[in-house]
Structures are given as C-alpha cells and as structure tokens.
Design a protein around this ligand. Structure first.
Ligand code: AMP
Length: 270
C-alpha cells in the first residue's frame, strides 16, 4: 500500500493506472467505509482511498475541530483490506488553485441538509471536484447514508468528468444504528437512544406503507420522536428517492431525518 501525502506523490503513483476505484473519506474508518472499499476492490483493478477532513464543508468551526481523526488505525484497516493507495493530502494540496466560478446550489436543491447547513454541499462539491480532477478515477464509491450528498455530487461530477458515481447501501450495527464517524462523539446512553430511534423509524415506515397521504401522520410522529427521545429535529420528511421532492406515500420514497442528540448532529434515511 502506497501512502501518498501530496499531489506529486499522487501523480507519480497513478501514472498509467487505469480502472481505478476511488473512495473519498474523512477518516475514522468504520464498517460503512469498509463496505465501500470492498466494493471498489471487487469492481476495480486498483483502489485509492482519500482521508481528508475537508474544512470548507463544515459550517461550524467547532464541529470541524472536534471531528474525530484516527489516521493510525485507518492506515492499519486500509492495509489489511489490500488497498493500493491512500491519499492523505493537506489543505494546500487540495485547494491549490482558485476556482473561476463559485459553486452554487439551485434553489430547488436547498432542502434537507442544504437548508440547515449553509455552504455545506458547496464545500462537498468543491472538494469532490478537486479530488476527482486530481485522481481521475473510473468509479467513485459513495454511501447512501449521505443520500442528498450522492445526488448532488453525482450531478456535478458525472457532468464534468468521465468518473461514475456508485452508490452503496447504508451499513448499520446490530441495533440498526447507521455507522458514522460521528458516533464516536456519543456516549453509551446517547448511542442507545440513537439505536432506539432508528428502530422506531424503521417500524414507523413499515406501518405507514399502505397510507395514501402521510402528511399529518408525519407531523404527529415528529412531535412524538422529539418528546420520547429528547432530541431536537431539523427535518423529518418523506421524500422521493430520485428527485427528493416531498412524497405523500412511501412509494419510491425514504424518510429523511436530521437531529441533535447531546449537541451532536446526526442524519439518516430509511
Ligand atoms: P465520511 O468519512 O463520513 O465523509 O464518509 C465517507 C463515505 O462513506 C461517504 O460516501 C459516506 O456516505 C460513506 N458512509 C458513511 N457512513 C456509512 C455507512 N454507515 N454505510 C455506508 N456508507 C457510509
């Protein structure tokens, strides 16, 4: 496994490499990341994983600073998996040119996380543009855990590059909690609450399957979740999987939630 710490290392190592799979991450790797990497290893000849906690996608400096960083254990995991390259750039490597145009979201896309985390997806698209431009992979593997992210990145990246975005299922622990690096910031009690909440929403979705119009039921459920789990909720919506428009029933739709538990912001979709 080659560890690439700057763009020169990267260019040298990737010279002549085709059929390259790319898994972008912010590190603190867990089984969710591992599932993406395994898919890349299976579908592509070589796999590169990036570890970069991208400052521009954090709308809150404190959140950026306390984001977990575990490069040592990450490298151990990646080596064991048989990854060919790990790219661990610094800010200067990634932000090595000033872009000619500003990345702006369309009004219709300013929903869910885009509404509550100002500038977040602009930062994500910016970094994905830069990393894809540097790496030029055949395929990029991303998780459905960040569903809105995949749709927005796919629209931008596939239009500009030859790379194809491959979306991968959300990996959950045995208690149905979606794995996330941010879970490391939660104590045992909070983890327990988050698991119960996941199970509750999974059961709720099953229950509303036959309803024709869930608008009212959703709002009642939102209030119930706030009260029962002592959380603040940013959004709790049923939306179409393809265009993220609000849905009245569960056909082709997912429940999207963002909430704060112990001051930690968590997102999921079911
Ligand atoms: P992150 O390091 O959180 O930026 O995530 C890097 C990639 O891993 C993104 O494409 C995420 O959607 C994906 N990912 C994060 N958590 C999970 C999970 N539980 N299951 C599947 N993919 C995930």
């Amino acid at each position: 496994m080659k560890i690439l710490l700057n763009n020169n290392d990267l260019n040298e190592a990737l010279y002549g490499v085709s059929n390259l799979g790319f898994v972008p991450t912010m590190g603190s790797l867990h089984k969710g990341h591992v599932s993406l990497i395994k898919k890349s290893l299976k579908e592509c000849k070589k796999t590169i994983v990036s570890i970069f906690v991208n400052p521009t996608q954090f709308n809150n400096k404190k959140d950026y600073l306390r984001y977990p960083r575990n490069n040592k254990s990450d490298l151990y995991i990646l080596k064991k998996l048989g990854v060919s390259f790990v790219f661990i750039p610094n800010k200067k490597n990634v932000y090595n040119f000033k872009r000619k145009y500003k990345i702006k979201l369309k009004k219709k896309d300013k929903i869910l996380c885009a509404k509550f985390r100002k500038g977040h997806f602009e930062g994500v698209i910016d970094v994905m543009d830069r990393l894809t431009g540097l790496i030029k992979p055949k395929k990029i593997f991303m998780g459905e855990k960040d569903f809105q992210q995949i749709l927005l990145v796919k629209k931008f990246v596939e239009k500009k590059y030859h790379s194809k975005i491959i979306s991968c299922k959300t990996i959950r622990d045995k208690n149905k909690l979606a794995l996330s690096s941010r879970n490391l910031l939660l104590n045992k009690t909070a983890l327990n609450i988050a698991s119960k909440l996941s199970k509750d929403i999974i059961a709720f979705k099953e229950k509303i399957k036959k309803e024709k119009n869930v608008n009212k039921i959703l709002r009642i459920k939102e209030k119930e979740l706030k009260k029962n789990f002592n959380i603040s909720i940013e959004y709790f919506d049923l939306r179409n999987k393809n265009n993220l428009k609000k849905s009245k029933n569960t056909k082709n739709s997912k429940i999207f939630i963002a909430y704060y538990l112990d001051k930690i912001r968590l997102i999921d979709n079911f």
